[in-house]
Design a binder for this molecule. Structure first.
Ligand code: FES
Length: 234
């Protein structure tokens, strides 16, 4: 295993919480040996560790309670908005798994599968660091619900909403036959396509109801330093 301090040089690394289970550690160490990506085990997940340019991903155990999942996502995103946030589930709880995926974790895996899953994801992302784009001032949307705006993010038309207590950003195109989702209604964090009524979760893009038979592409979105940021696709 290549072990690297993220403060000592430009080599890219993955920051791993020391709280992960031994099976997670073994899986990541195997991946590190195969891919050459460095691991840095951290007990604090400090800002300096996470924001170092070398750190492309962070791996943490997924907390067992939903409010703690939200807290974890909020904390990591405040420190490192664009880092790939990976969670390991150590209990057979599918609803917790889905909750984590829909509420800010970029990748969720079992302990034994995290190495392979992360390896595939990093290969797909080409280890790229995605620079977020500021699209709005937080003060402009304070207290607003529903559609907050339509934007062009690196050639892709997207819509931004607030609903169900969350910010969500999706490609502004229904996967059924291309209607603009920004013209649909949002209720409890779900947008309804204005043309034939397909429904999608505004954060994950997951299809909730047809006739569309596939999800809509989603983009990470967050508020920081008084602005709203959208993270482009890798
Ligand atoms: S175009 Fe959206 S449901 Fe048909």
């Amino acid at each position: 295993m290549a072990v690297h301090s993220p403060t000592s040089g430009p080599c890219r690394s993955i920051v791993v919480s020391k709280l992960v289970a031994p099976a997670t550690r073994r899986s990541l160490e195997n991946m590190s040996r195969r891919s050459g990506v460095d691991l840095f085990f951290s007990s604090t997940l400090s800002s300096a560790e996470l924001t170092d340019r070398a750190a492309v991903a962070v791996v943490v155990p997924v907390p067992h309670a939903e409010d703690e999942v939200m807290e974890m996502v909020h904390r990591i995103r405040e420190l490192a908005p664009t880092i790939l946030l990976c969670g390991v589930i150590d209990v057979p709880d599918q609803s917790l798994w889905l909750f984590a995926e829909r509420n800010g974790f970029n990748l969720v895996s079992s302990a034994g599968g995290i190495g392979a899953a992360l390896s595939r994801r990093l290969a797909a992302d080409d280890l790229g660091v995605r620079e977020p784009i500021a699209v709005l001032n937080s003060s402009d949307i304070a207290g607003r619900l529903g559609l907050l705006g339509e934007f062009e993010v690196e050639g892709c038309s997207v819509a931004l909403w607030r609903g169900g207590g969350r910010l969500g950003c999706l490609e502004n195109r229904c996967t059924h036959s291309g209607a603009k989702l920004s013209e649909g209604e949002v209720e409890d964090g779900v947008v309804t396509c204005p043309r034939h009524g397909s429904r999608f979760d505004i954060v994950s893009g997951e299809r909730v109801r047809g006739p569309a038979d596939s999800d809509v592409k989603h983009f990470d979105v967050f508020e920081r330093e008084g602005r709203v940021w959208i993270v482009p696709e890798p």
